[in-house]
Design a binder for this molecule. Structure first.
Ligand code: GAL
Length: 908
């Protein structure tokens, strides 16, 4: 029988230490990571996985258009008589509920809502919008700019709410007659309900999980099967931008009636050494047919080639096993194999993300009936309470960032290239870890983190029974927390990049003492049952070392408390629980548990924007009109000292991390700005917390983090810019971010002093510099030797737009993108740091600009606009080729008074 117990090596038990093959490389910025974009359709013996992202019709209503609801909800008023479909949807989670007695029976007879016209073949959707998935109905805007909109700043001021219907035809041929056919939805926001040919098939409320439904009973041969999907997105479902719609891929999977079950393989590696590693495999087989079958399971192991996305050299074969799978039943086999000289998976730059692929074939009567591939990696992890994270025997400091799921101007609609571009920028910054805050990401993103070697904390919930917003997950927690948790772990547990599972972020149950801790423990247990090989965690911004909450998890994730909150004089006027840096207390209370900071900083800033005076401390200051902020402009100064009320600048975070070296590292809040949660200015559309802005442009802070995370990179970065005509003769502090230990600043050739970094100093600052136009130059030193220089000049006025593209040749698959940066430059070619010229884009050739941005959190021009003001000298245009097309493309950018700028691209 399928028994995870067999694999129940103690929580980190596999976490054995061998002498490992480490591949050392020079730490250096890595550009152009380009890995092969995951294949679209996959056809293998017995199994077809067909991408059905094309040919959809879509329509949305802001209010309830059809008299049906999943269940009653605070934002659904006046719908007391609506048909409640929950009893028909709950059974979709049954495969993820352990106790048979807790599984749901579908009510008898046809369901309420089957007669809805939108579900019927006869309904004419000809005037609905023709769209391609992934699709986010809200990202197109417009932004709500009024004072008290239906969707406020927290959720990005975009029209995420309402009911959206998606319709499409499905084709099955007569050769599919005896097959099992499944619909796989990678993510639909939210409360998905699915009808086929007028029958309610099922659904899944939580918008971040992937799910599968069995369409077989409702399909007819031919091309006229009518699929209809209804989504319903609350106005108040999140503290950030959730997006709306089928925002990830959708697949039709056709298999023989006996086949590898959904997410039906589980691979665990153990006894890893230079010489060998043991690979344990479980294959779960499902038989939806009418007769029992004897199945032989054969699995071969190959090296996985991340650049081609294909299997390489064969390295081993598991002993074959036979299992009898009863009619309409399941069974599982397990097998182990030892491989020689394993190539371990580990994070660059010191290790390599080597992967393997297991190809499982099921045979019935000697004939192959299903083939299923599982990518995985071999690595050892030790979550050491004193040394931090040890990967393959090497201590690896977590240099992490938090990332929400949106992709800036593209909204929540997942796009592989946009995600890969983010990872490239993060790698160049020195990031080696990502916390998927606060929800499971697209599977393709985890394929990228596997292939590129990022360490991942996969996280699922921001709330449990107690809410944070009126219509968040708490509404469905009682029915869905178990299916959602199990589905989350089962989908993702073969990913090499995932090192830990987080089942909660800052949940309010931290405040309910033993009751909250007991609930936490029950969630921990569910995760452990699904994957005993990785530690669990839940992030704590309130629970203290002497409270029971921390006892319910394997490793401690602390948000902000490690570096102290509201504890320095600048914050003394704010309300908040004054908390001294708590790393030592947690370490003492939990000597056996590794500690990491799952959120640090919440430093806020706007790229290229500086306000005066500048706070004199490096321990941070909250934002107000005279301290780092301007509420009229809705901007925050980029001296990188100003924070959310509970936050700390990087300098203060690092001081505490360096004083407490047992802490495994940090995940900064956040790597990129994200849509929504624009603390401190809720009139804006996107956050201020990113090290990188929403358009993907580096803020000043980027260089501060890079100086710590990649200290061998020869880099010095001066702030502010030097265009201050109104400040002549005034004190204008200059800060320099660099890994150097000494630096000398010159203003127009005149030294402002050579200074050394003291212990727990992470930036150079000259606070008395008097502004004069001209040139700032810094010369830095390391160990007494000259190291590197940086220079900032007062620029002239804009004379030209300079266009560059991250990639000049892209695929004409309708998904691939080229990101084009516009720099507004003066006659010497320097970017004019205050330029805000209005730029209009146009395209000749097979493609279009699909979105523009500039990284300004307060820019309320809708993302698809072809007209975009530059912000602090930069703007972004995102180009996509037309599906199936090829040819030369010219993108033009035009601004009043400047010559038209052009860049040539190729679609092929
Ligand atoms: C944290 C929270 C994050 C985000 C952040 C803002 O408390 O976990 O989701 O809200 O604050 O700074």
């Amino acid at each position: 029988m399928f028994s995870l117990r067999k694999l129940a090596y103690q929580a980190f038990g596999l976490i054995q230490f061998g002498v490992l093959l480490l591949i050392y490389a020079e730490p250096r910025p890595v550009h152009a990571l380009t890995v092969k974009i995951p294949p679209r359709d996959a056809r293998q013996t017995g199994r077809e996985r067909i991408n059905i992202n094309s040919d959809w019709r879509f329509w949305r209503s802001e209010s309830n258009p059809d008299g049906i609801i999943y269940d009653h909800r605070p934002d659904l008023v006046g719908l007391d008589d609506a048909a409640v479909l929950k009893p028909w949807i709950l059974p979709s989670g049954n495969d993820f509920i352990n106790n048979p007695a807790d599984r749901h029976q579908r009510p008898n007879g046809s369901s309420l809502g089957d007669d809805i016209s939108f579900t019927q073949d006869s309904f004419d959707d000809g005037d609905w919008e023709a769209i391609k998935l992934p699709h986010d109905w809200a990202a197109q805007g417009p932004f709500y700019t009024e004072e008290d909109p239906i969707v406020g700043g927290g959720m990005g001021r975009l029209p995420v709410h309402g009911v959206g219907w998606y319709r499409r035809k499905l084709t099955v041929s007569s050769s599919d007659k005896n097959k099992s056919i499944y619909l796989e939805i990678d993510g639909a926001m939210s409360y998905a309900m699915i009808w086929l040919n007028g029958h309610l098939v099922g659904g899944w409320p939580y918008g971040y999980n992937s799910f599968r439904l069995n369409l077989t009973p409702y399909l007819e041969p031919g091309d006229d099967n009518q699929l209809a999907i209804r989504l319903d997105n609350p106005t108040d479902s999140a503290r950030w931008y959730p997006g709306g719609g089928i925002y990830r891929s959708v697949w039709l999977t056709k298999v023989e009636s006996t086949h590898v079950a959904q997410w039906g393989t589980y691979i665990v590696t153990r006894d890893v050494s230079d010489e060998s590693a043991t690979i344990d495999l479980v294959v779960e087989i499902e038989n939806s047919g009418q007769r029992s079958q004897e199945i032989e399971v054969v699995t071969k192991l190959h090296v996985f080639d991340s650049t081609t996305g294909r299997a390489g050299t064969k390295v081993a074969q598991f002993p074959s096993h036979t299992a009898v799978v009863s009619a309409r039943g399941k069974n599982a086999v397990d097998a182990s194999v030892i491989i020689k000289s394993p190539q371990v998976w580990g994070p660059p730059p010191t290790q390599k993300p080597n992967l393997y692929v297991a190809t499982t074939t099921l045979y019935a009567d000697g004939k192959p009936i299903d083939t299923y591939e599982t990518q995985f990696g071999i690595r050892t992890l030790d979550f050491n309470p004193n040394k931090g994270l040890v990967v393959n025997g090497e201590s690896v400091r977590i240099q992490g960032v938090n990332e929400h799921h949106d992709l800036g101007a593209l909204g929540a609609a997942f796009n592989v290239r946009a995600a890969e571009r983010k990872l490239e920028t993060l790698r160049e910054l020195g990031v080696n870890a990502i916390r998927m805050s606060h929800n499971p990401p697209a599977s393709e993103l985890l394929e990228l983190t596997d292939r590129l070697g990022f360490l991942v904390i996969d996280e699922i919930f921001d709330s449990w029974e107690l809410n944070k917003t009126a219509s968040d997950f708490h509404l469905i927690f009682p029915d869905w927390h178990e299916p959602d948790l199990r589905a989350f772990v089962r989908r993702d547990r073969n990913h090499a990049s995932i090192i830990a599972w987080s089942f909660g972020n800052e949940v309010s149950e931290q405040h309910t003492d033993k009751a909250g801790a007991a609930l936490a423990l029950s969630l921990h247990k569910i995760v452990q049952q699904e994957d005993p090989t990785r530690p669990t965690t839940a992030s704590m911004n309130f629970a203290k070392p002497d409270m029971p909450f921390g006892r319910s998890m394997d490793i401690l994730s602390i948000n902000y408390q490690g570096s102290g909150m509201w504890d320095t004089p600048n914050y003394s006027n704010l309300a908040g629980i004054r908390t001294q840096p708590l790393y030592p207390d947690f370490h003492e209370a939990f000597p056996d548990k590794m500690i990491l900071s799952s959120e640090t900083a919440s430093t806020l800033s706007t790229r290229g924007t500086f306000f005066f005076p500048v706070d004199a401390t490096n321990t941070g200051a909250p934002i107000n009109e005279t301290s780092g902020g301007n509420s009229t402009l809705a901007q925050v100064s980029a001296y990188e000292l100003y924070t959310a009320g509970f936050g700390s600048p990087p300098d203060k975070v690092w001081t505490q991390q360096d004083k407490n070296p047992y802490v495994a590292g940090e995940f900064v809040w956040t790597g990129f700005d994200y849509i929504g949660e624009p603390t401190p200015y809720y009139s804006a559309r996107s956050s201020y917390s990113g090290i990188i802005d929403l358009a993907g442009f580096k803020k000043e802070r980027y260089y501060l983090y890079q100086s710590r995370w990649l200290p061998d990179v020869k880099m010095a970065h001066i702030i502010p810019h030097w265009n201050w005509p109104a400040r002549v003769g005034e004190v204008t502090p200059v800060h320099v971010f660099s890994a150097a230990d000494e630096a000398e600043l010159f203003v127009n050739g005149k030294s402002q002093g050579r200074i050394q970094k003291e212990e727990y100093q992470y930036r150079f600052r000259w606070d008395e510099v008097i502004y004069k136009p001209g040139e700032l130059r810094v010369v830095t030193y390391k160990d007494g030797q000259k190291w590197t220089e940086d220079r900032v000049r007062t620029t002239g006025k804009p004379v030209e737009l300079r266009l560059t593209a991250d990639r000049k040749t892209i695929n004409g698959d309708g998904d691939d993108l080229s990101f084009i940066t516009v720099q507004v430059v003066d006659k010497r070619g320097d970017v004019v740091p205050t330029a805000d010229n209005s730029i209009t884009f146009s395209v000749d050739g097979p493609g279009a600009i699909v979105a523009t941005d500039n990284g300004n959190p307060a820019d309320m021009v809708a993302f698809p606009s072809l007209e975009r003001r530059a912000f602090s000298g930069l703007a972004l245009a995102i180009f996509r080729g037309i599906e199936g097309s090829s040819g030369d493309v010219t993108v033009r950018a035009k601004a009043n008074g400047l010559p038209v700028a052009r860049i040539k691209l190729q679609v092929r």
